[in-house]
Design a protein around this ligand. Structure first.
Ligand code: FES
Length: 301
């Protein structure tokens, strides 16, 4: 992330000098505030001879864009469209058995696939949607609606947990599980389960499956603070550290049932373009893990 190899751009003059066709494509993930621009130099046989990128986003988005750019070099445009964010994440691993970034940062790598599709569409002169031929329900795991429906029917899944025994869908950022996550989706896993089973599934999302705190609202303030700090240390700081940043809690105040957490970003997170959406993600993580809605996280600069 600190030394991306393929950061840069190509100009028409350069492409012409090298006898190659320049393709420039953009993609932005609105929910994350991230954007990427991909430059390809393609030869007359449709082979990507060289590539560069520019990225506006967090460390994970930069690292993913850099690896995605490298993976496309030497491939045909059609082969490049088969590269997914999962390939990018695997290629970024130092140890083959340890994910390159935590599940909650997986959504930052999704742009890598989408910008390739945009570039391929530009090269072919078609609408990008015509190259996205299947409806992807979980972008992090690149799982299609058809795959999910097949698994539900084959294994008679009734709950999200049963479904997740057979697919990685919904196990990363979790925004495809049910409404209220990091990103709004046209369809959620709970909808598909309900559609197949004809009823509302028993949805144990983060809100209660991983949460062992039964009634956070009734805890005394000092215990509430301890629980908040525990989640920040265990779930949030490791994710920020992946991007070279961190946070410090300055104050936690309670007013009736409302809890306000004042925090300051540290390291790469301070001044990061995605700090506002990260703040929202931190707030949602606390709300979900504590099963308590009245939490507000505020940044102090
Ligand atoms: S979209 Fe992120 S886990 Fe499904």
């Amino acid at each position: 992330m600190n030394n991306p190899k393929y950061l840069g751009e190509f100009t028409e003059e350069e492409a012409e000098k090298r006898g190659l066709k320049l393709i420039v494509a953009d993609f932005g993930a609105e929910a994350c505030g991230d954007a990427v621009r991909l430059f390809w130099l393609v030869d007359k046989n449709g082979i990507i001879q060289d590539a560069r990128f520019k990225s506006f986003g967090c460390g994970t988005a930069i690292a993913s864009s850099d690896m995605m750019t490298e993976l496309t070099i030497g491939k045909s445009v059609d082969e490049a469209t088969k590269i997914t964010n999962l390939d990018v994440e695997k290629a970024l691993r130092d140890d083959p058995n340890t994910p390159a970034f935590p599940p909650q940062k997986m959504h930052c790598s999704v742009m890598a696939y989408d910008v390739i599709i945009e570039a391929a569409a530009k090269y072919k002169g078609v609408d990008a949607d015509t190259l996205r031929d299947e409806e992807i329900v979980c972008e992090c795991a690149r799982t299609t609606r058809k795959e999910i429906v097949d698994i539900i029917k084959k294994y008679n899944c009734k709950t999200i947990e049963e479904l997740q025994q057979y697919t990685k869908a919904g196990t990363y950022c979790k925004s495809c599980v049910a409404p209220g996550g990091h990103e709004e989706k046209p369809v959620y896993l709970v909808d598909i389960l309900a559609e197949i089973n004809g009823s509302n599934p028993e949805t144990k999302t983060d809100k209660n499956s991983e949460n062992e705190i039964t009634d956070f609202g009734k805890l005394p303030l000092f215990k509430q603070i301890k629980e908040i700090e525990k989640i920040i240390d265990k779930n949030i700081k490791p994710a920020l550290a992946m991007d070279g940043g961190s946070l410090e809690i300055l104050d936690i105040q309670k007013d009736d049932d409302n809890i306000k957490i004042y925090m300051r970003y540290l390291g790469a997170c301070s001044g990061c373009a995605s700090s506002a959406s990260t703040l929202y993600a931190i707030e949602q993580e606390l709300i979900n893990k504590l099963n308590y809605e009245n939490i507000k996280v505020l940044e102090v600069r």
